[in-house]
Structure formats: structure tokens, C-alpha cells
Design a protein around this ligand. Structure first.
Ligand SMILES: [Zn+2]
Length: 640
């Protein structure tokens, strides 16, 4: 059994020396342990450097009491007021360090304005402590009794995008990351899990206090607290040249622990796949998952501790999705919610990468096919509405899939690595990702980002093809029409042409509403496919709509043979509007089949068949074409 059980308190003693670090963190000269990229962050008067949050949870109801000590830096010449978000809570008092001097504040709605006794100069820092209590009504902070959860009393936070303010006063924007220490006091018997590393556990009468600390900056929506009577499944990943040993800790109810061991068995392999494909070691102190119920979503990628819906622990794609967010969302975080696809598209495409790791190209294609949901994609990916609509998940995953095809696997991996490393522990906009992509690719990708990220719609393609014999070769003509209501897309695409003995692949770029490509082939083509390997996001290629079919000039049609009468050869031409099983048979006047010229599945297109009748006597014959539900018969005369 790969999971090791241990008694929680015993383990916590092993880490207790770190408690000293929790009490007094070494700070860099600027007061921040990480030089955050604030150059691109939206203008704001102050930058939060560190949260020291202390929570006491009753675990009998939704009452919580807390204090949040906030260290911040002025980003203006004279900062007189710090404005934070604090929703549906009572602010008891606010003091200024180091003398615990009380400061004035106003609290209206979600806005908490704190007046500083004296202006704070540019880049100077100060520390305030806010004392508060609240009874959050299942927003931001959720409490359920044992009867309500069906197992144990449970309390957890769920903050994305703007609900951290319901359980802690904070600067509640994804672009203001800060380091954090979180202590949670709960009645003994409960286990309180949070982000970062557990540095100390303290027993105080009938209560237990858990001290968590993260060495890495975290956005407020990625902070969390999860409390219940949990069992802990512990494991670890051995160190690599890029990182230390990685502790893994999952929090589940005892009743779920055996199944969870089975469901979570691939987590270590998933981490290894992520590290390999992204080229970046797992970025944080630990990884874990905490199961909760009831839960309104599938999972939430809190930094170092995913919150998982207890009903979905079996879902490997969900587990992979939330894990991938540790890199894409947590390590590299969208600057504002307009760029949410930089979190969700990457996490969703990582589900595809996991399927590819398990089942190769076929599994990758199969997964990507399931993510084509154009009816749900009514807005551009950028600044999507609704914010968490499928466009920032499925369509954004397709954008990465297409970018990978455009760049090639080697450059795509280089892109992931360079983008991840450059913006590690910072925030990003779409333009940042595009810039790195163009840098790696060596050419502008403006057309790509414009049509896929900032515009709506996906291509709807219809195509037909015809062939004609030249002296020693075949001419293949392919006509493609983009029928979507949106303007034409630029679509670099592979065209696969099959003949009796080989398959040829031609790369062409579709640029306009109608495109025609002509190829000279050494062998007679038997079937033609656009993008057979499914690298381009598009709707069905099947010609099923009669109006659209007629636009392209394809219908079910059997032409009179030529020449007629004939001796001994003649040519039969026909046209198919859609892919179908097709037969072309020759009958004599008594209705006996004398020859079958075609018996195969054929694509939509125009066909030319040569009929050699030198083995047949003179007379009247009939040729019948059947394709799908269509059938037609014509008469011809052999005159020897
Ligand atoms: Zn996600």
C-alpha cells in the first residue's frame, strides 16, 4: 500500500521547530519575501506584503472570530488611507503596529477604509491588525452540521472570485499576492487544513490550534481553510534535481479513506507528468486535496490544497485539472478575471495531456473531441461572460491545442517552460502569454490570438473534392467553404489524401470564405480528409444541410456514361453530397449483376470511374449507384 497512515499529532511534533519561523519570518529588505512583478499590475495605492490571519471557528454554527495582521507597502508618495474589502462582518477594532495604537476606520457595505495616523511615504511599509467577527451565511465561508453533510461537521472556505472578503478583511484582487501565515483554532478532535506547510499544533484546553505558513505569495482567492474530523492520507514524492521531497497530504472522512486511497493513486504520477510536460518542478511546499460536502463545484485549486467535491473523488480529470492549476492559476495567476482563460484553459488542456500520457494520440483526440461545445461559447474567451462559462475551459483548451500544432511539440513545451518561469509567483495578462509565444515561435501570432481569444465563433467547414486523370497522373481538386456567420478564420491545416498504396499529407492554409486547392498525384486518390488528426477546432465537416450542400455544388447525381454507345470502355461520373457506403454495379437486361465497380465508404465529392466491358457481349446494360439512402440507375449500350 503506497499510502502511509500516521497519527496526526505525532507528525506535527516533527515540524514544530518551524513554529519559530512562523512567529518571526525573515523578510527581505523590501519586507516581501518574493519580488513580485508589480510592474504590470493595475495601479493601486498599496501593495499587501503579508497576511497573518488567526481564526477561531466554533464548529457548532457559522460563527467565526478572527484577526488579520496585514503588512503593506505604500505605492504612492503619501498613503493616508488603506482601503480593503470586508463583507458581512463586524470590525471590532483596528490597531497599528508596533504600539497597538487604535486607528480610525469606516466600514460600509464591502468597503473598509482605514485612516493612517500619519501618511506613509512611497515604498514604506506598515502593519495593521484588524479584529473582527462574523457569521457568514454560506458565502465565502461554509459551515454544515453532521446532519447536513451526512458525515461530520464541516467548515470550509470557497472564495473565487471575490468571496475571501466574507471570512477575512483583505485586498481582494487576484493581482495582489502576499505571503501568509494562517492559524486556526478549533474544538479538539477537528483537524484544520490550510495552505502551505503545517508548522505547529498547539493544544489549549478543549481546543487545538493549527499554524500553517506559506513561503510563497498567494492570491486571496487561493487561500483556504478546511476543517472537519478528517483522516489524513500521507505520501511523498522523492526529491529531484529541481526540488526537494514533496509531501502529499489528503484530507478525507474516515468512511471515504479506503476508496480515496484508490482514487488518488495516480496523483504522484500526475505530478510527474506535469513536471515533465511543463518543464517546471512542482512549485510549492506540499500538495494535497481536502474532500468536502456539500460543495457547489467540482473542485477548487487552493494553493497547495485543492478542495474537492466528496462526490467526485473518483474523477481523474478533475484531480488532474486542479493539480495543473498549481502551476497555471496558482504559481502563474491571471492578473484580472478578464484573463481567466490563462488559468482554466491551461488546467483543462492538462486533462487532455494526462489522457495523452495514458493513451497516446488517440486518447488525446478523444478527449479534445469531448470539449467541442460551441453552443456554450457565445462570447470571446477574453473577458468571458458568464465568467466561468465553458468558453474559458473547453474553447481555451482548444486554443492551446491549436497553438501546440502551430508551434510544434518542441516549441510548445519551450513556451510552457519559459512562460511559467518568467511569471513564476506573479500575475499575467493575455498579452504576456502572447509575447512569450511569439518570442519562442519567432514570428507574430497576432492573427492567432485575435481570432481565437478576442473573437467569437468557430469555423464551420464544408468541402468537396473531385479527381480527373491526366496522361500519367491524377489531378485532385478540393473545394472548401467556411460557412460560419463570423468572418473567415485563418486555418493552417493538414489535408490527408489516400490512394490504393499510400497516404500523403499536404499542409495548406485556408484564409478566405472559399478556398480551392489542386494537387497533382501519381496515384488515383480514393479518399480525402481535412485535418484527420483533429488539431483544428471546427464544426462537423459532413455535408448534411441541403442548402449548404448546393452552395458547394454537391448533390447526389449520376451522370450519363460517356461515350455511349461504347466499345469497349466508357466513363461513369457521379457526385456524392456526404460520406456514405457506396456501390456502383452493372446489370444485364435480365437483372443479373455482371460487375461491381465500387463497393466502399466514400467521402463527399465527385468521382470518375472507368468501365472496361471487353469481357461482355454486345447489348443493353444498366448501371446503378447506391449511396446511403440515395439510389439511381441509368442505361448504356455496348456495341462491339
Ligand atoms: Zn479550473
Amino acid at each position: 500500500m503506497q499510502w502511509r497512515w500516521c497519527i496526526f499529532i505525532a507528525c506535527s511534533l516533527l515540524v514544530s521547530p518551524l513554529y519559530a519561523q512562523w512567529l518571526e519570518k525573515p523578510l527581505s529588505p523590501c519586507g516581501c519575501r518574493y519580488a513580485l512583478s508589480s510592474a504590470t499590475s493595475p495601479l493601486r495605492p498599496a501593495d499587501i506584503l503579508h497576511y497573518r490571519l488567526s481564526l477561531s471557528l466554533s464548529m457548532r454554527d457559522n460563527f467565526l472570530q478572527g484577526s488579520n495582521q496585514i503588512r503593506f507597502r505604500s505605492m504612492v508618495p503619501a498613503l493616508r488611507r488603506l482601503s480593503l474589502s470586508a463583507a458581512q462582518m463586524t470590525i471590532d477594532s483596528i490597531t497599528l503596529q508596533p504600539n497597538h495604537e487604535r486607528v480610525r476606520f469606516s466600514h460600509q457595505g464591502d468597503s473598509l477604509h482605514i485612516d493612517l495616523p500619519s501618511p506613509l511615504a512611497l515604498n514604506d511599509s506598515a502593519t495593521l491588525t484588524i479584529y473582527y467577527h462574523a457569521t457568514p451565511n454560506r458565502r465565502g465561508y461554509y459551515f454544515y452540521t453532521a446532519a447536513e453533510s451526512g458525515a461530520e461537521p464541516i467548515a470550509y472556505t470557497l472564495s473565487q472570485p471575490y468571496d475571501a472578503r466574507y471570512w477575512m478583511p483583505c485586498y481582494d484582487e487576484p493581482y495582489d499576492k502576499a505571503t501568509a501565515d494562517i492559524s486556526i483554532t478549533v474544538p479538539s478532535g477537528f483537524i484544520a487544513a490550510s495552505i502551505g506547510r503545517l508548522v505547529h499544533v498547539e493544544h489549549i484546553g478543549n481546543f487545538t490550534r493549527y499554524y500553517w505558513s506559506t513561503h510563497f505569495p498567494v492570491a486571496t482567492y487561493l487561500m483556504c481553510v478546511t476543517v472537519s474530523r478528517y483522516s489524513i492520507l500521507r505520501d511523498f514524492l522523492p526529491p529531484t534535481s529541481e526540488r526537494d521531497t514533496l509531501p502529499i497530504e489528503h484530507y478525507v472522512w474516515r468512511q471515504d479513506s479506503l476508496q480515496a486511497i484508490s482514487y488518488f493513486r495516480d496523483v504522484k504520477r500526475m505530478i510527474a507528468v506535469c513536471e515533465s510536460v511543463y518543464g517546471i518542478a512542482y512549485p510549492f511546499e506540499k500538495y494535497g486535496q481536502a474532500a468536502v460536502r456539500p460543495f457547489s463545484v467540482g473542485g477548487m485549486e487552493h494553493q497547495t490544497l485543492t478542495t474537492l467535491n466528496q462526490a467526485l473523488l473518483f474523477n481523474e480529470n478533475l484531480i488532474m485539472h486542479e493539480l495543473a492549476h498549481q502551476w497555471w492559476g496558482d504559481m502563474v495567476t491571471c492578473e484580472t478575471w478578464r484573463d481567466l482563460w490563462l488559468n482554466e484553459g491551461f488546467a483543462t488542456y492538462s486533462e487532455a495531456l494526462w489522457q495523452e500520457a495514458l493513451g497516446g494520440a488517440t486518447a488525446l483526440r478523444r478527449y479534445m473531441r469531448t470539449r467541442i461545445r460551441p453552443r456554450n461559447w457565445t462570447t470571446p474567451i477574453y473577458n468571458a461572460s458568464p465568467l466561468f462559462g465553458d468558453v474559458v475551459y473547453g474553447k481555451a483548451a482548444w486554443v492551446l491545442h491549436m497553438l501546440r500544432k502551430q508551434m510544434g511539440d518542441t516549441l510548445f513545451r519551450e513556451l510552457l517552460k519559459r512562460y511559467g518561469m518568467r511569471y513564476q509567483f506573479a500575475n499575467v495578462r493575455t498579452a504576456d502569454f502572447q509575447r512569450v509565444a511569439e518570442e519562442v515561435y519567432g514570428s507574430s501570432l497576432e492573427w492567432f490570438f485575435q481570432q481565437w481569444i478576442f473573437r467569437t465563433g468557430i469555423p464551420k467547414l464544408e468541402y468537396g473534392w473531385s479527381k480527373s486523370q491526366r496522361s500519367s497522373s491524377w489531378e485532385l481538386r478540393i473545394a472548401i467553404r467556411q460557412t460560419q456567420p463570423e468572418p473567415p478564420f485563418i486555418l493552417p491545416m493538414d489535408i490527408q489524401v489516400y490512394s490504393a498504396s499510400k497516404k500523403e499529407v499536404f499542409s495548406r492554409t485556408i484564409q478566405s470564405r472559399d478556398s480551392t486547392f489542386v494537387f497533382l498525384l501519381s496515384e488515383e486518390p480514393t479518399s480525402v480528409f481535412l485535418d484527420e488528426d483533429e488539431w483544428i477546432l471546427k464544426e462537423s465537416l459532413n455535408l448534411t444541410d441541403i442548402a449548404e450542400r448546393s452552395k458547394l455544388g454537391l448533390s447526389f447525381r449520376l451522370e450519363q456514361n460517356y461515350p455511349n454507345p461504347f466499345n469497349p470502355t466508357t466513363t461513369i461520373r457521379y457526385e456524392l453530397p456526404a460520406s456514405a457506403f457506396t456501390t456502383l454495379q452493372i446489370f444485364d437486361v435480365l437483372g443479373r449483376e455482371v460487375q461491381t465497380l465500387v463497393r466502399a465508404r466514400q467521402e463527399a465529392g465527385r468521382y470518375t470511374i472507368n468501365f472496361d466491358a471487353r469481357h461482355l457481349p454486345s447489348g443493353i446494360y444498366f448501371y446503378r449507384l447506391q449511396s446511403g439512402k440515395f439510389s439511381e440507375t441509368k442505361k448504356m449500350t455496348l456495341l462491339k
